[in-house]
Design a protein around this ligand. Structure first.
Ligand code: SP5
Ligand code: ZN
Length: 365
């Protein structure tokens, strides 16, 4: 028996998630060291182990849920582009040791022409990647796919009756769209988990995204669907923040999905009080609409210590958020962003400790 103080939420993990080494990110034309590092997963795992959490290995899953949320040609591209890059000689001939695009087939470039599949790997890269910050190297695919398996394993645990399960996904996923990747994300782990819960029998799934950035990929995947609600609190893209083109309050879903999307953009500098008030509004909407299961995109980058966002949430704020989310229902928690290596472990433990308290208070487990 673990001590009663042990963190009672299983942590799903695969060592493969360490194999993605982006090797930096090209920001405004210059390659920088980047912040989405393997060390992020190491510090989170160490903190959760120290808090007494059980670590469960990610189990291999088939592609069914993945294929339901992403285009097959994006998945094929991610699976094969590194081998093609290597075979194409980009490393020895040009000194390019990662896949990074340079031409993007924007709506303006195509101007009505059909999408092509460029012959050159360096031309094709921009068909699927929408920024220059999301590089691919030799171990990337193994990690990308392992992160999906971790999300699916956590969804299995909740579908089988666990009150909560956390997947330590790396790379993160919420910026990955049906047919495009970016924002340090490749495949959308949270969307795959939500889809798996639907297949396991949940009629209505709610995704709440508390990463500091808007989850434009998750929004895009479910924008026209009424069965998966997406709600996000994030730094206001209109104030100049990534992803710049999505995350505005007037994006409410389309067609059958109208009303099932909610964005609460927050001013830079928002602290615990403002952030939790926004979260309360999202939680109230989910409770009002009803949901059979919850997926949480758990980014820790809203923290005051984080270098990638101007939000000012404390560790106590994350614990309080976890408690609110835990009260809402059985929850699959998916690791998203969070980049300050010194505080990241403690923030994750705080959030999950709150979730465990919330599920206990709600009598869920
Ligand atoms: C999952 C997640 O949190 N993705 C965040 C991606 C947003 N990255 C935006 C990066 C903007 C440029 N970073 C500035 C680096 C300056 N040295
Ligand atoms: Zn983020």
């Amino acid at each position: 028996m673990p001590p009663p103080s042990a963190l009672a939420i299983p942590v799903v993990w695969s060592q493969q998630c360490l194999r993605h080494e982006p090797g930096g990110e090209v920001w405004l034309g210059v390659r920088e060291p980047g912040t989405e590092l393997p060390e992020r997963a190491r510090v989170i795992l160490a903190a959760l182990r120290a808090a007494g959490a059980d670590v469960v290995p990610a189990a291999a899953h088939g592609d069914e849920a993945l294929m339901a949320v992403h285009d097959g040609d994006l998945i094929d591209h991610l699976r094969t582009i590194w081998a093609e890059w290597e075979a194409g000689g980009y490393v020895p001939e040009h000194g390019r040791d990662r896949v990074v695009p340079y031409v993007f087939p924007t709506a303006g470039l195509l101007a009505g022409l059909p999408m092509r599949s460029p012959a050159a790997a360096h031309g094709r890269a921009g068909r699927f990647c929408y920024d220059t910050m999301t590089l691919i190297g030799p171990g990337s695919w193994a990690a990308i796919r392992a992160a999906v398996d971790a999300a699916l394993t956590a969804a299995d645990l909740v579908a089988a009756g666990a009150s909560a399960a956390y997947a330590l996904c790396r790379p993160p996923g919420h910026h990955a769209c049906p047919g495009a990747y970016g924002g340090s994300c490749y495949l959308n782990n949270a969307a795959v988990a939500a889809q798996a819960l639907r297949r396991a029998g949940a009629d209505r799934v709610a995704i709440i995204d508390i990463d500091a950035h808007h989850g434009n990929g998750t929004q895009a995947i479910f924008y026209g669907r009424p069965d998966v609600y997406y709600g996000s609190l994030h730094v206001d893209p209109g104030a100049g923040w990534f992803p710049h083109y999505a995350g505005y309050a007037d994006e409410r879903g389309s067609g059958a999905g109208a009303g099932a999307n909610r964005n609460l953009p927050l001013a830079p500098g928002t602290d615990d009080a403002g952030w939790l008030a926004a979260l309360d509004a999202l939680c109230a909407e989910v409770a009002r609409r009803g949901a059979d299961a919850l997926v949480v995109s758990l980014g820790l980058d809203a923290a005051v210590t984080d270098p990638e966002s101007p939000l000012r949430v404390t560790s106590a704020g994350y614990r309080a958020a976890g408690e609110r989310l835990g009260r809402l229902g059985p929850a699959v928690l998916i690791q998203e962003g969070g980049y300050d290596l010194d505080s990241l472990g403690g923030l994750t433990v705080a959030a999950l400790t709150g979730v465990a308290a919330g599920t206990r208070a709600a009598g869920l487990g």
